[in-house]
Design a protein. Structure first.
Length: 139
């Protein structure tokens, strides 16, 4: 299993909407950056992803699980990009702000800080565990 971070603007797609999508999940599509698209291609069923609200909030708000590996993104008319299917898993009691991540030395190396415009990125297991504890996950 690998760990990732997916970014979405909450006024476009929020953790609440993800939760309402239920067990079948939704297609994580619309990614048009080649590096981010390559990360989508690397995802496997069962991988876990932090759900990050970008622009508004700038905080990790929960966890989703990859339930279908990369497939052609139906929103891409040219057929170059892929999507994955993700399902809601958990929501954080305490969302973790970008500011808090920057101030936490043990996770200040994350691509979220170094490559802030990237919408899909890997997270190492040690950092995953630190963030998980910070978020005090609820059901």
């Amino acid at each position: 299993m690998r760990y990732w971070l997916l970014k979405s603007e909450p006024d476009v797609w929020s953790i609440k909407q993800q939760k309402k999508a239920g067990a079948k999940g939704v297609s994580w599509d619309g990614v048009r950056n080649y590096q981010a698209a390559n990360y989508l291609k690397d995802m496997c069923e069962g991988d876990l992803c932090y759900f990050y609200h970008s622009n508004i909030g700038k905080e990790i708000v929960g966890i989703v699980k990859v339930i279908k590996k990369a497939f052609l993104d139906k929103s891409d008319k040219k057929g170059r990009f892929v999507a994955v299917q993700v399902r809601f898993e958990k929501e954080f009691k305490n969302p973790i702000t970008l500011e808090k991540i920057k101030k936490t030395e043990s996770i200040s190396h994350l691509p979220l800080i170094k490559q802030s415009r990237l919408s899909v990125m890997p997270i190492d297991f040690k950092s995953w565990k630190i963030i998980y504890k910070m978020g005090k996950v609820s059901k």
